[in-house]
Design a protein around this ligand. Structure first.
Ligand code: HEC
Length: 350
């Protein structure tokens, strides 16, 4: 027996509830009766059971997912990429972890509530459905799917309860939408996402957002360009002119044990190659500088500390200046050392 769809429009809740009660008495199952209203009336107002929704599992799933993400970020990443400070074990600090857990659990619940709502309300319908514009104005629509046999009885019931409009409609309008429309919305979402992401990927090089922390963008000051600070008044300069009017600008250093030791080492590095070693062996460049005076010769030993300082600073004929190699203090150290050797036998070969 063919089914038919009977639609009625009622001005308010009371007559609608009476009709619903009568329909239930006639043995028509609840899921064949659809109530449409602009106001979210509770189902109980019409004497119907509260519709069961499977919302809680969605929320629980979201909460669990959020918890997992939060724990991974807060406790998992420090374990994956440990930063060891003072050989301490990796720690996941509690207060930030608690905040992360709260935030991510909330986020998971929100996302899943949104998705769950979309899934349970089955997305917008594509095919035409039964409706009347007056429902938007506050009227209540009632559609019943019933066998043709009961149609006249139901129409009478509607009219008896003050329906302002009653009509028979095609059953197709009440067909529940099938998975085909889920497919439609799924494909549409994927295509939409692709349409947004693909251009972004293609213009990756063009839409560049400069990151202000990149050193390339921050001002750079070269070694010679920086602002100079004047030395504090009481500061002691430790570099300055070596000579003033041809004479040492500084007083000789005291020939302490340390000074002589330093001078000996420096002499071995900078002077012995030409002037020969204190033990008498000649320097390896002796043959290239036949005019070099042995360091313990009378000519050298009769010089003053100042003379040696000036010779080392300026050089002398073919002796090069060693001012670049020796600081002022080091030059005095070498002078102390040279004169501490005293006059002696000329080194071998002299
Ligand atoms: C490249 C070889 C060379 C080196 C290195 C060298 N000298 Fe000489 N030095 C000479 C020559 C050559 C002379 C002789 C110059 C002349 O009389 O024409 C000389 C002369 C001297 C004199 C005598 C100056 C005078 O007035 O008679 C002294 C003192 C002296 N050198 C000290 C030093 C000291 C100290 C060092 C190391 C810090 C040193 N030299 C490193 C080649 C060198």
């Amino acid at each position: 027996m063919a089914d038919t769809l009977i639609f009625g429009l009622f001005p308010n809740v009371d007559p609608t509830a009476r009709v619903v009660a009568s329909l239930q008495a006639m043995g028509i199952p609840d899921d064949h009766v659809t109530i449409m209203s602009a106001v979210p009336y509770s189902s109980r107002l019409f004497g119907r059971r509260h519709p069961r929704t499977r919302f809680l599992p969605f929320l629980a799933l979201g909460a669990l997912g959020g918890l997992a993400v939060a724990l991974f970020i807060a406790a998992g990443t420090p374990a994956l990429y440990p930063i060891k400070v003072g050989a301490q074990p990796v720690i996941a600090p509690f207060p930030p972890t608690a905040i992360m857990v709260f935030e991510f659990v909330s986020l998971g619940v929100m996302i899943m509530a949104f998705l769950g709502f979309l899934l349970q309300s089955r997305f917008p319908r594509l095919s035409p459905a039964i409706y009347d514009e007056r429902i938007t104005d506050g009227y209540i629509g009632l559609s019943v799917r019933a066998s043709d046999r009961l149609a006249d009885e139901i129409i009478d019931l509607y009219n008896a309860n003050g329906a302002i409009d009653v009509r028979r409609e095609s059953v197709a309008l009440a067909e529940p939408h099938r998975y085909r429309h889920l497919m439609f919305w799924g494909v549409l979402s994927v295509v939409g996402l692709g349409a947004v992401l693909a251009p972004l990927l293609l213009t990756y090089d063009i839409i560049r957002i400069p990151w202000i922390n990149v050193m390339y963008h921050s001002p750079a000051v070269g070694p010679q360009e920086g602002p100079r600070l004047a030395a504090p008044e009481a500061a002691v300069p430790f570099s300055g002119p070596r000579l003033v009017a041809g004479s040492p600008a500084t007083l000789p250093l005291e020939a302490t044990e340390n000074s002589l030791q330093r001078g000996g080492v420096l002499y071995g590095v900078y002077c012995a190659i030409c002037h020969g070693y204190p033990d008498g062996s000649p320097g390896s460049l002796r043959d290239y500088f036949p005019e070099v005076p042995p360091i313990n010769s009378q000519r050298v030993q009769s010089l003053s500390h100042e003379d040696i300082f000036v010779t080392v600073t300026n050089g002398l004929n073919r002796m090069p200046s060693l001012a670049e190699q020796l600081t002022i203090g080091e030059t005095w150290d070498v002078a102390n050392y040279v004169l501490s050797l005293g006059e002696g036998a000329a080194p071998a070969g002299q």
